[in-house]
Design a binder for this molecule. Structure first.
Ligand SMILES: NC(=O)C1=CN([C@@H]2O[C@H](COP(=O)(O)OP(=O)(O)OC[C@H]3O[C@@H](n4cnc5c(N)ncnc54)[C@H](OP(=O)(O)O)[C@@H]3O)[C@@H](O)[C@H]2O)C=CC1
Ligand SMILES: N[C@@H](CC=O)C(=O)O
Length: 350
């Protein structure tokens, strides 16, 4: 099955997926019958190219990495430049929009409007952008359903680690009554590095250089990113909507090297934790730093790795751990949604 993709946003994660599609083209085709043509790429500063017959993706990535812009993508018959995001969504022949613009933690825009426009144009959306899912979950899922298209967002929580799909599929049949997790790669990376003696600011710079941090890293260090992920877990996994403003939220920006040292001397370690408790359909959720004893399973999670424990009434506590951020890992999250979507579609048509 062949997909025609359009990227809205072509930063780290967009390029991460592009690299995977280039490198794994043959394997994906042979193992899953999965074939893609990237027909359009539109980015705020890097410009826009649209080729209805399919772009040379390798060339597009090379040009962006060497010049920072798509303007140097070679001229060719049929090539259209400078479409904006909405034109790309509505007017191109793409059937699936890869929405990988920045997450706006206040409004979720312009990503919410991108998703709406795509669904109304009968196009699928696969995204790692937390804004639309945290702020407009119900509306967007309904719109996708009404238009018979797919909405995939696995990478919004824990990057390529299946924090959303795993509890809903592999743990099906359990009642999940509590969730506790380390859900932000950047802040966990900073806390780990501070324990090694690196100052906060230097650790943050490293996390940014590695592609873990949000465009505005305040969202990582003040807990807003985790708050969005908490809301997504509540809505999608527990099936109980929770409003952003009802999640008490504190980040790690106040934690000093002295605090880290004091915890260490007392056999403890600071972690930024999300906690959700489902009490008969009412969810209480919090985000904040806590000192965990070293024998707590979440205390041993270091660097950009994340972990989440699902407390299940039948299976008991199940902990899933893996990358919480990263270009390739999050690009992979988009791929896994595309492959699952293809599987669903084939099941319906066979
Ligand atoms: N990095 C990670 O590990 C993870 C990221 N995510 C989420 O994935 C998304 C992408 O992340 P990442 O690639 O790291 O972020 P980047 O900041 O690297 O890339 C975002 C890109 O989107 C572009 N952009 C912003 N607004 C628009 C717009 N209105 N129209 C078109 N393009 C736009 C930016 O343009 P320019 O810079 O040229 O102005 C930039 O190139 C974010 O929502 C993030 O929260 C989720 C999980 C993990
Ligand atoms: N900035 C986020 C990226 C993934 O959502 C993080 O550090 O976890």
């Amino acid at each position: 099955m062949s997909h025609r993709l359009a990227f809205i946003g072509f930063g780290g994660v967009g390029q991460g997926l592009a690299d995977i599609l280039i490198k794994q083209e043959d394997t994906l085709s042979q193992q899953y019958g999965f074939e893609t043509k990237v027909v359009a790429i539109t980015d705020m500063m890097k410009g826009s190219v649209y080729q209805p017959d399919g772009l040379d993706l390798k060339k597009a990535v090379e040009v962006v990495r060497s010049t920072g812009s798509l303007d140097d993508y070679p001229e060719e018959p049929g090539l259209i430049r400078d479409l904006d995001s909405m034109e790309t969504i509505k007017k191109t022949n793409a059937d699936t929009i890869i929405e990988v613009t920045f997450t706006d933690v206040k409004t979720g825009q312009p990503a919410i409007d991108h998703c709406k426009a795509a669904f109304k144009s009968k196009k699928n959306v696969v995204t790692t952008n937390k804004g639309p899912v945290a702020l407009a979950y119900e509306e967007l899922n309904e719109l996708a359903e009404q238009n018979g298209v797919y909405f995939g967002f696995e990478g919004t929580v824990m990057s390529g680690t299946p924090a959303l799909r795993m509890p809903l599929t592999t743990l099906a049949g359990n009642e999940i009554y509590e969730i506790c997790g380390i859900l932000n790669g950047t802040s966990n990376y900073i806390l780990t590095k501070m324990e090694e003696g690196l100052p906060f600011e230097d650790a943050l710079k490293e996390a940014q250089a590695k592609g873990y941090a949000e465009a505005d890293p305040t969202n990582d260090i003040e807990g807003y990113d985790v708050r969005y992920k908490t809301v997504i877990l509540s809505q999608h996994v527990l099936n109980v909507p929770v409003a952003i403003e009802d999640v008490a939220c504190k980040g790690i920006s106040d934690i000093t090297l002295e605090d880290i040292e004091e915890a260490k001397n007392n056999g403890k370690r600071w972690k930024l934790l999300a906690r959700l408790k489902n009490d008969g359909g009412k969810v209480t959720a919090t985000v904040g730093p806590e000192k965990l004893p070293l024998d707590d399973p979440l205390a041993s999670i270091t660097g950009a790795t994340n972990a989440v424990t699902y407390y299940c009434n039948l299976a008991g506590p199940i902990t899933l751990s893996g990358a919480g951020a990263g270009i390739t890992e999050t690009g992979y999250a988009l791929l896994i949604d595309l492959i699952h979507f293809q599987g669903k579609k084939e099941a319906v048509t066979s």
